[in-house]
Design a protein around this ligand. Structure first.
Ligand code: FE2
Length: 384
């Protein structure tokens, strides 16, 4: 079976990547719309990029209103700003939200109609050049063909897609992730780990996505605790940033599965941050999924060096699940109760969440396919 593999055209990574990026950015246009949030402006991450733009003579406008998960109205204001200022390319600086907003703004500069017209469709017309500068090691949005935008009229989180949404340039500079606080490092790091594990154990995994997924898993396992305990550890931050990029490339060319399918409803109903919701589900979802592909999970155990001689595949897979439990414990991932969710409210919503999870299509990519009842059981188990 043949496979297509998509990746950003240019990736600049490592120490000094932002400075290095100036020469490439200069080729992309003369006036950029920088899409970001207020925190990125206040902590100086935006000025690290604008200093480089000043040096190479590129002009820019700053749109720093992406202070929540992006909505259609945030995108519309961005389009207006882009047009009024005669911008000719875009730079997204931040976590997943500003980068997702940038992608949607770019798409609606060259595609007709309203952003909500594209739910469930592939966005076709090429965007102006998109530059992604991630400041968390998590979403992998810098490498993916997806953007998630909320439709504020219908209260729906739209998953929009199209290869044209893959940035032309991804700049992976761990210096910009150094200010992420421990709880953000933990949640985004587990999000990236989930991308890689799900990609590797998905029904639609392919040889090249496997390579990126396994490499990502190794980097994240070896460095997440270090970066959590010491945010100033540049080497650990750099490895995590590369791991998150690799994990993004992996699932962009494979898919996420049960965990992401089940975490979106928790995010939508209880406003649990995306990475945290994944972390809460990680162990119980794997307890369900390992039987479907023990050799795949065992391979992950071998990759991270926890496989012991004479273990069967299923024993190795279970060893992996307990290792994931340990890492979540070590980086203080709370459970639903500790996060402040009411038990009764959670249980009342299990039926709806199970339906929504299944309808998203992601659970069907798990090799051992879950029924609605399996999903409901997992929701019950994560309460403890
Ligand atoms: Fe994710």
């Amino acid at each position: 079976m043949a496979h297509k593999f998509l990746i950003p055209k240019n990736i600049i990574s490592g120490k000094g990547a932002i400075q290095e990026a100036g020469t490439y950015i200069k080729e992309l246009g003369t006036r950029a719309l920088i899409v970001t949030d207020n925190i990125m402006v206040n902590i100086g991450n935006v000025s690290k990029v604008t200093n480089v733009l000043d040096n190479v003579g590129v002009k820019y406008e700053i749109y720093s209103d992406v202070n929540c998960e992006p909505t259609d109205t945030i995108v519309e204001r961005g389009i207006e700003l882009y047009k009024n200022n005669k911008c000719d390319f875009l730079i997204g600086i931040g976590g997943g939200s500003p980068i997702d907003a940038m992608k949607a703004i770019g798409a609606m500069i060259t595609n007709p109609g309203h952003i909500t017209d594209y739910m469930g469709k592939v966005i076709k017309n090429p965007t102006p050049p998109l530059v992604a500068v991630p400041t968390t090691a998590g979403t992998g949005s810098e490498a993916t063909q997806f953007t998630i935008i909320s439709d504020t009229k219908n209260n729906v989180k739209m998953l929009l897609k199209g290869p044209i949404l893959i940035p032309i340039l991804a700049v992976i500079d761990a210096e910009l992730t150094m200010t992420a606080p421990p709880n953000v490092t933990a949640a985004t790091g587990i999000d990236a780990l989930t991308h890689a594990v799900e990609s590797y154990t998905s029904r639609v995994a392919q040889p090249l996505s496997d390579t990126f997924a396994l490499s990502a898993i190794k980097r994240i396992f070896n460095n997440l605790r270090k970066a959590y305990n010491d945010g100033k550890d540049f080497e650990a931050r750099n490895e995590l940033a590369l791991g998150a990029l690799e994990a993004g490339i992996a699932f962009n060319n494979s898919s996420v599965t049960l965990i992401h399918g089940m975490s979106r409803p928790i995010g939508a109903l209880f406003h649990v941050p995306h990475g945290l919701a994944n972390a809460m589900l990680f162990v119980e979802c794997l307890n369900f999924a390992v039987e479907g592909a023990p050799e795949r999970f065992a391979n992950i155990a071998k990759t991270i060096g926890i496989y012991k001689n004479n273990m069967s595949d299923i024993e190795a897979a279970k060893e992996l699940v307990s290792e994931i439990k340990k890492i979540c414990y070590d980086i203080n991932i709370p459970n639903l109760e500790e996060y402040g969710i009411e038990r009764a409210e959670f249980f009342e919503n299990i039926d709806k969440m199970s339906e929504d999870a299944l309808a998203s299509g992601s659970p069907a990519n798990t090799i051992k396919q879950p029924e609605k009842q399996d999903i409901a059981n997992i929701y019950k188990k994560i309460w403890g």
